[in-house]
Design a protein around this ligand. Structure first.
Ligand code: TRP
Length: 453
């Protein structure tokens, strides 16, 4: 379908707004829920080290590549490729991104729903007086149910759709600027409590002492997948957000700030969780429930834990919301710009379709627990396929597009704001996007999938 130039395109209003929105997308359940449990399942410190290498050597350049594409084209994730490469099949990267968006939001909204359940429990003082075993037990009972997890998932999808329906600028930009700093302060407070628990050292050792004997080759791909997931790269979220960034924004600086913020919050989440994991004798490889089991334990042991629990789960829900919004925006921008739907209609169709898919993810912890497909539940498949396959694949194609198709001149133009900034970074960036990133991601892929060893 032909691209139609929209009369006025929404955009972020300030530099801080761009950072808040992009960091709002990056910082979410990926940092506080997924990072600790994936690190726990994959051996701790050594995983962290590989993860950090991927974030800065690959993730940050891919983020910059996405911003470059988006700001240059000023279109949605699929339309951007059509505009920059008319008549070429590059737009298929965008199609893949739309599929990834469906899968990610489907399972992400399951966990986001859990945060609401825990928020309500925090209000109702539901954590008081429970033992570690009781926390584990009540989590298992909750997650294996149907009604409450589904209800919360739908509530969460509704909130996400509501914000997207209203447009991004006035909602997200305004709120994230206040809420993200607050989240950091709270995490630090909880970290301090966690670090002063007896036995905290064991948790820190687990997180920071790399034990390379624990590294299997598949771990490399999981670290890459986690880096891509956490930075929101590989599916066009940051192309879409990039298309709302003004001409005078210094893209490399913005991308670096967002990557740093994301990494710091993930590490803080690890410092918050692992000491408590060991202090309360919880298995670090507990899986997706890890945060929901460990945190209530900490709150129960904290002075003022009642209030901290409420504030924390509120912020966790908000961190999740600023991420789900960014995923839904990819689909809605695509529906409205490429399929010429009104924003409202696009939002409703996308949200309903994703919610239906998402219900299967939620039920994978309960009634569909034993509906295994090649050994994985539906939830696990969405998580695995999107993070470990689609995002890395998307990332490879995006850097190849920028490095080999878009080319140095246009990249320099975009990264130097048409020559206003120095752009000394461009040469290094080109080497990374042309060679280093595609080769490194391909290798991680082949090792991870066991195709080479
Ligand atoms: N990065 C977010 C988090 O860590 C999740 C997310 C938002 C995302 N947009 C994305 C992940 C796009 C992959 C791709 O919670």
């Amino acid at each position: 379908m032909a691209n139609i130039e929209l009369p006025v395109r929404d955009s972020f209003s300030s530099k801080l707004g761009v950072i808040a929105a992009a960091a709002g997308s990056a910082v979410g359940l990926g940092n506080i829920w997924r990072f600790p449990y994936v690190t726990g399942e994959n051996g701790g410190g050594a995983f962290l080290l590989i993860y950090l290498c991927f974030v800065f050597a690959i993730g940050f350049p891919v983020m910059l590549a996405e911003f470059t594409i988006g700001r240059r084209a000023k279109r949605n994730a699929l339309g951007s490729f059509k505009k920059l490469a008319p008549g070429k099949p590059w737009y298929l990267i965008g199609s893949m991104g739309i599929v990834a968006a469906f899968m990610i939001l489907a399972f992400y909204s399951t966990i986001a729903g859990w945060t609401l359940e825990y928020l309500v429990q925090a209000f109702a003082n539901g954590f008081e007086g429970k033992t570690s075993e009781q926390f584990t037990r009540s989590f298992e009972v909750f997650q294996s149910g149907s009604f409450r997890p589904l209800l919360w998932q739908l509530v969460f999808m509704f909130l996400t759709a509501f914000i997207i329906y209203k447009g991004v600028k006035n909602g997200i930009e305004k709120y994230t600027k206040v809420l993200m700093p607050l989240l950091v302060v709270l995490i630090i407070i909880i970290c301090i409590r966690s670090l002063t628990l007896e036995g905290a050292k064991e948790g820190l050792d687990f997180l920071f002492r790399p034990d390379f004997s624990k590294i299997k080759l598949t771990v490399v791909l999981k670290a890459l997948g986690q880096a891509a997931f956490s930075l929101s790269i590989g599916m066009g979220t940051l192309i879409t957000y990039g298309s709302y960034i003004q001409r005078d924004n210094n893209l490399p600086v913005t991308a670096l700030q967002v990557s740093l913020a994301d990494t710091i919050i993930a590490i803080l989440a690890g410092v918050m969780i692992f000491p408590a994991v060991f202090a309360f004798n919880i298995n670090p490889a507990e899986g997706p429930g890890l945060v929901f089991i460990v945190l209530p334990n900490i709150f129960e042991q904290m002075a003022g834990g009642y209030f901290f629990a409420i504030i924390f789960f509120t912020l966790l829900a908000i961190a999740a919301l600023t991420s789900t919004v960014s995923v839904l925006e990819v689909v809605v921008a695509y529906f409205s710009e490429e399929l010429n739907m009104k924003r409202g209609k696009a939002t409703i169709i996308a949200a309903v379709a994703i919610s239906i898919v998402g219900m299967f993810a939620t039920l994978s912890f309960g009634p569909l627990k034993n509906a295994l497909i090649f050994g994985r539940t539906i939830f696990d498949w969405f998580d695995y396929l999107s993070a470990n396959i689609l995002l890395p694949l998307g990332a490879i194609l995006i850097v190849i597009f920028v490095g080999w198709y878009l080319g140095k001149k246009k990249v320099r133009d975009e990264l130097s704001n048409q020559g206003e900034l120095k752009g000394s970074f461009v040469n290094v960036f080109m080497v990374i996007v042309k060679f280093i990133a595609p080769i490194a991601i391909t290798l991680a892929f082949l090792y991870g999938l066991g195709l080479i060893s």
